[in-house]
Design a protein around this ligand. Structure first.
Ligand code: C2E
Ligand code: MG
Ligand code: MG
Length: 942
């Protein structure tokens, strides 16, 4: 109920209508009024009727008297004429007899007298009566005269008199009639007047009664009627007069109450409607949709602000009363369509929905669906992408609903199962699809039932999982089930035939040596473990470690491909030596191992070792060349020499090492004493780990002399380890261990810092050369370490030289090259150390433009006694010259050697001849000593 609208309460006007005194009845006054009017009408009528009858009486009497008197007067005249005639005929009164009573004359005479008497009775006036008296008296005289008459003379006079008298009578009667008529007229006039007066009075009384009735009844009735009409016409302000306590008063009061009630109801209704309408308008205005109402004539009734916002170009056409068509034309709206989409000038998308309303008009609702459109477009795009992705997947994919009906399948799926795309339609059940796959011959008929049971079981479990399916044609399919929320599930199919093959290959390669097909270290470990497990149950096994003698020479002389061929042949021969239960492994390079199981005694292992060694008696032939190889064998027996693979292998290798040191081409059993050497090494490792922390390292510097000028141009920094117990440990001994343990990285970094710091104190132009191990090149921070050492010491980069060995270039050539270039980028020089040892290849010189080649001291040492060394030195010096690299000869101990080097064109020399490596503090003194010695000049003399 709207707020503020009066509620029809029990105490309202409706209630007042029923309360109050009982109104006075109206019937009594109305009855009295009508009775009075009836009486008045009756009285008027009675007066009228009486007047008419009075008038009639007057007229009749006047008429009667006049006519009768006239008639009788005429009759008396006629009879007198007849008497005169009878007298004239007889001359006299006919005899006494005739005049006698009973005679005709007498009768007539009497008749005249009678007539006159009647006339006299009816005479109206005294003159008439006097004339009649006179006539009667004359007639009596005339009759007597007539009856007595003797002569005729007197009678005639009387007759004349008589006639005259009769005429007078008639005249008088006529006069009477006239007077009577006048009198009647006068009388009627009076009656008329009276009647009119009575009527007037009646009318006045009637009018009075009517006025009284009207005042009491009609007025209020008319007022009530007018009020009722007014109310009926909706004029609720119609005044209703106050009235008395009678029924009409009650009626008027009731009407007033009724009017008030109606007004209150109307006000309530209007208020309710107004608030509803207000709310409707508010709702329409506040709507995010554009709302426009169009009436049956196609004119706009209302259009909210949003319509204007949506259609700014047509905003001027939104006023109420504007034809909607005009708006439609301006805005490009289709008013006929029930639903349409519209692209606005500002790029928005609108949905225009049209709903009819009862008056023939319609409501247009404009909704902004730009976001929806964008989403739709994005969705379509996503769908397209999804389709593209789906159909370009390398995996087959099927999506099923909760009833195991196919929703989506991609192309790869039916390609894998070679199914007709027409069959793989959405809606097909998982089972039917499986049947199709069986029909397509993917599965052997023998396994059909198992397959169906297994696949359906998989689906029924509704758990994610992967299974593998072997198809009839040998392909392997990995099938992954993945339930998704809502009971759906997705299956992916991947043809893993190739992967399986590759995996098998990888597994094989992971456990086998790629070159020879023999077991590798990994598989060897497994085999050894297996054999050891057997030994644990009783019995023995042996591990034989093999090393080829002379193989390096093959590699170096014939090249790696030939070396590989030899290794393959070696593998073949080894395989031929062992039983099926034994295994041969290649541990790398020219190292091999054999696991021998089911041993009865140690002699069995020795027999196998002999067989192996004998297998090398026959030379190998590769690329038409004959290659002589031997084999050394170290044997460890289990469980005697070790209960683990590692122990067994290291012991077999220790035995091998010793064998190789003592007598190649033979075999040796492991002996516990061999382990002592290994233990020493372990102790060395332990000490080395702490040496840096304990500051046991030192740097020694050995000068490098330029041969042309005889000046010291630099020093090589050489690492020294002063161990508290061991004394001075040679770098040749501990550097390989530090490399193996990775300790060379921090030790090398220390050396770089130390050398740079020391060199920074030396005179300008004196360089320092620092040896950098191949292992340090695997350290990603090497360049940063060098840069920091330079920066911290303030040594110019051009005064630092880094010496690397050829073995470094054996590793990842490209990566090493890049690193060397980065070091060179710092301004540091790069020297190749120990050139001529190891796997010297001229190609290495081409791979990086070294600044210097250091010729290994093995060529220098006997330079004066070995002509081939001299030839090599000459060649290297020439090579250096042509490549623009300086050449430094290491290990120059004598002046003779120095002389040869000078002759052969070496540019620099280093060796005990000039100085042994010395402590940093001694460098300045050494520099001045050497400057005084003027090496080139004195060398020959020395
Ligand atoms: P290298 O780099 O070829 O160093 C030259 C070696 O020859 C030094 O041995 C040096 O003392 C020795 N030598 C110099 N002149 C003569 C001579 O006239 N006669 C003889 N017989 N020897 C001479 P050292 O100091 O024992 O160093 C051995 C090797 O240890 C070095 O050979 C180098 O490869 C390595 N080494 C030394 N210090 C370091 C270092 O700081 N880092 C790395 N990675 N290796 C180092
Ligand atoms: Mg060196
Ligand atoms: Mg060297």
């Amino acid at each position: 109920m709207p707020r503020g609208s009066p509620s029809p309460s029990p105490s309202g006007p409706g209630q007042r209508l029923r309360s109050g005194r009982r109104p006075v009845g109206l019937r009594a006054p109305i009855l009295v009024g009508f009775l009075a009017l009836g009486l008045i009408a009756g009285a008027i009528g009675y007066v009228g009727v009486r007047n008419v009858s009075l008038t009639y009486d007057i007229a009749a009497r006047a008429y009667d008297n006049a006519v009768i008197a006239t008639s009788y007067a005429r009759a008396a005249q006629a009879d007198f004429v007849a008497l005169e005639a009878m007298l004239a005929r007889d001359g006299r009164a006919p005899g006494a007899s005739s005049a006698a009573p009973g005679g005709r004359f007498a009768a007539l005479a009497e008749q005249v007298e009678g007539d006159l008497a009647i006339v006299r009775e009816r005479a109206q006036s005294a003159e008439t009566r006097a004339a009649l008296e006179a006539a009667l008296a004359l007639f009596a005289r005339w009759r007597r005269a007539a009856e007595q008459a003797d002569d005729g003379a007197p009678i005639a006079a009387l007759s004349a008199e008589m006639r005259e008298a009769l005429d007078v009578v008639v005249n008088h009667i006529a006069g009477d009639a006239f007077r009577a008529e006048r009198a009647a007229r006068a009388q009627v006039g009076v009656i008329r007047e009276a009647g009119a007066a009575a009527t007037a009075i009646g009318l006045i009384l009637g009018a009075l009664v009517a006025w009284l009735l009207g005042r009491r009844i009609l007025g209020p009735v008319a007022a009530a009627s007018a009020a009722a009409r007014g109310i009926a016409a909706g004029r609720l302000d119609t005044p209703i007069p106050a009235a008395g306590g009678d029924e009409l008063g009650a009626l008027l009061r009731a009407m007033a109450t009724m009017r008030d009630n109606i007004r209150a109801m109307m006000e309530r209704e209007v208020a309710a409607r107004r608030s509803a309408q207000g709310r409707l308008v508010d709702a329409i205005e506040g709507s995010r949709e554009g709302v426009m109402l169009v009436d049956g004539d196609g004119r706009i009734v209302i259009a909210n602000r949003q319509v204007a916002a949506f259609l700014p170009a047509a905003a001027a056409l939104l006023a109420p009363g504007t034809p909607a068509e005009a708006l439609a034309r301006a805005a490009g709206l289709d008013l006929a369509a029930e639903e349409a989409e519209l692209r606005t000038a500002d790029g928005r998308w609108l949905r225009v929905a049209r709903s009819p309303v009862h008056d023939g008009g319609f409501v247009l609702v404009l909704s902004d669906i730009t976001a929806l459109k964008r989403q739709q477009a994005a969705l379509e795009e996503a769908n397209l992408r999804f389709d593209a992705a789906l159909n370009n997947m390398s995996q087959g994919l099927c999506l099923y609903d909760s009833e195991h009906r196919l929703l989506v399948a991609n192309r790869r799926f039916y390609e894998i199962y070679r199914l007709d795309p027409e069959v793989v339609r959405p809606g097909i059940t998982f089972r039917d699809l499986l049947m199709q796959s069986i029909a397509a011959g993917n599965h052997s008929p023998a396994v059909t039932e198992t397959l169906v049971r297994e696949r359906l079981g998989f689906v029924a479990r509704g758990e994610p999982g992967t299974s593998f399916q072997d198809l009839a044609d040998g392909r392997v399919i990995a099938i992954s089930h993945e339930p998704i929320p809502g009971g759906h599930w997705v299956v992916t199919y991947e043809d893993i035939t190739e992967r399986r093959r590759a995996e098998a290959q990888i597994t094989y390669l992971a456990r086998h040596d790629g070159l020879t097909g023999l077991a590798n270290r990994l598989l060897l470990r497994e085999r050894v473990d297996h054999a050891l497990a057997q030994c644990a149950r009783g019995g023995h096994c042996a591990l034989l470690a093999l090393d080829l003698d002379g193989f390096r020479a093959v590699n170096e002389s014939l090249g790696h491909p030939a070396g590989d061929q030899v290794l393959r042949q070696v593998a073949e021969r080894l395989r031929a030596c062992v039983r099926e239960t034994d295994s041969v492994a290649r541990l790398g390079g020219d190292e091999f191992a054999v696991v021998q199981t089911g041993l009865e005694r140690g002699e069995d292992a020795a027999a196998l070792a002999r067989r192996v060694i004998a297998a090398f008696a026959k030379p190998f032939v590769v690329e038409g060349q004959t290659v002589e190889l031997g084999a050394s064998v170290g044997i460890a027996l289990a469980p005697r020499d070790g209960a683990t693979h590692d122990a067994l292998l290291s012991h077999a290798q220790l035995a091998l090492e010793l064998c190789r040191r003592e007598r190649r081409g033979a075999f040796r059993f492991f002996e516990p004493e061999m382990d002592a050497a290994a233990q020493r090494r372990r102790a060395l490792e332990a000490d080395l780990k702490q040496a840096l922390e304990r500051e046991e390292f030192q740097a020694a510097y050995q000068p490098i002399v330029e041969l042309a000028s005889g000046r010291v141009v630099g020093f090589e920094a050489l690492l020294r380890w002063r161990h508290p117990a061991r004394g001075m440990v040679s770098p040749v001994e501990f550097i390989p261990v530090a490399e193996e343990l990775g300790l060379i990285v921090p030790i090398g970094a220390w050396m770089l810092r130390r050398a740079c710091a020391d060199a920074a104190a030396w005179p300008d132009g004196i360089r320092v050369a620092v040896n950098v191990s191949a292992v340090q090149f695997r350290d990603p921070n090497l360049v940063a370490t060098v840069a920091t050492a330079l920066a911290d010491s303030g040594l110019p980069a051009s005064r630092l030289e880094i010496e690397i060995t050829e073995s470094l270039l054996l590793e990842d050539e490209a990566a090493t090259g890049a690193l060397l270039h980065r070091l060179r980028g710092l301004g540091v020089r790069i020297a190749m150390d120990d050139f001529g040892t190891g796997y010297s290849s001229l190609g290495y010189l081409r791979s990086f433009p070294f600044d210097k080649i250091k010729i290994d001291q093995s060529f220098i040492r006997d330079l004066d006694s070995k002509p081939d060394s001299r030839a090599i030195v000459r060649a290297i010096a020439a090579l250096g010259r042509s490549l623009g690299m300086r050449t430094t000869a290491e290990g120059v101990e004598t002046g003779a050697v120095l002389e040869i080097l000078r002759t052969e064109g070496c540019t620099e020399a280093q060796g005990y001849l000039f100085s042994r490596p010395c402590a940093a503090e001694r460098v300045p003194a050494l520099l001045s000593t050497l400057a005084q010695r003027r090496i080139p000049a004195n060398a020959a003399a020395a």
